[in-house]
Design a protein around this ligand. Structure first.
Ligand code: 1GP
Length: 235
């Protein structure tokens, strides 16, 4: 079970890395760089997928990957059996009821039928310096980057509601990563695993996120731009 793996690593203060695949942009070169980087997890999905045949592409990717594949869904139509687990995201930074509970009701019967592991995730968007697909498509406002107290209170509420992890996301391709003091504030006030992503492009940014309390860092866009970023980090 993926959640158990994340919790076990957290209890040993072992930091985890995930690569986010945008299925619209995935190709063989990316597959090779993922193999070289050897991340702990590969995430797949997104707020907006424009190419058809998503399920078939996930199945193809799953067949080629050696790493656990976790669905990071933007919509119930992305639910597929070709993953090891699904981040069951509730967009708790927003006030769009459809993304707090509505789409979950639509997706739940199919997830149950497929017998997929769900990881109940409090998904928190933080302003990443420019509007991102996630904030635009969700129709929600991200939390301002200087409001660590709002982010921490939101994460605490998520934990109290029984969510199993928190994902702080500046959005894919963000120009600014999540501020370290905001990561620190959330980490200090919650016990559940903390995922951090959005706009991370350098080893130093990955290290800073870990040092501030992230348990799992997600890198997407930068892997497309610098395929050996994670491999060089681990070297
Ligand atoms: C986005 O956190 C992920 O949801 C990754 O963002 O593509 O900017 O790395 P990047």
């Amino acid at each position: 079970m993926m959640l158990e793996k994340i919790k076990a690593a957290k209890s040993k203060n072992q930091k985890l890395l995930a690569i986010l695949i945008d299925p619209d942009r995935f190709d063989e070169n990316m597959l090779n760089s993922i193999e070289r980087s050897n991340p702990d997890f590969v995430f797949i999905g997104g707020s907006l997928i424009t190419e058809g045949g998503f399920e078939k592409r996930v199945a193809d990717i799953k067949a080629k990957l050696k790493r656990p594949l976790i669905l990071f869904p933007g919509h119930p139509s992305q639910v597929t059996s070709h993953v090891d687990s699904i981040l069951f995201l509730s967009l708790i930074s927003g006030r769009n009821p459809d993304l707090l509970i509505g789409q979950h009701v639509v997706a739940a019967p199919r997830i149950k039928e497929l017998g997929l592991e769900t990881i109940a995730t409090g998904y928190i968007l933080i302003d990443g310096g420019k509007p991102t697909t996630a904030s635009y498509i969700s129709g929600t406002q991200p939390i301002p980057r200087d409001k660590a107290n709002i982010a921490a209170a939101t994460a605490m509420a998520g934990e109290m509601l029984g969510l199993q992890c928190i994902y702080l996301d500046a959005g894919s391709g963000a120009s600014l990563t999540i501020p370290v003091d905001l990561i620190r504030a959330v980490s200090a006030k919650t016990e559940i695993p903390l995922i951090v992503g959005g706009g991370i492009r350098t080893k130093e940014q990955i290290r800073s996120a870990f040092e501030a309390g992230a348990d799992l860092v997600v890198v997407g866009t930068a892997i497309e731009e610098q395929p050996d970023l994670l491999a060089s980090l681990l070297a």
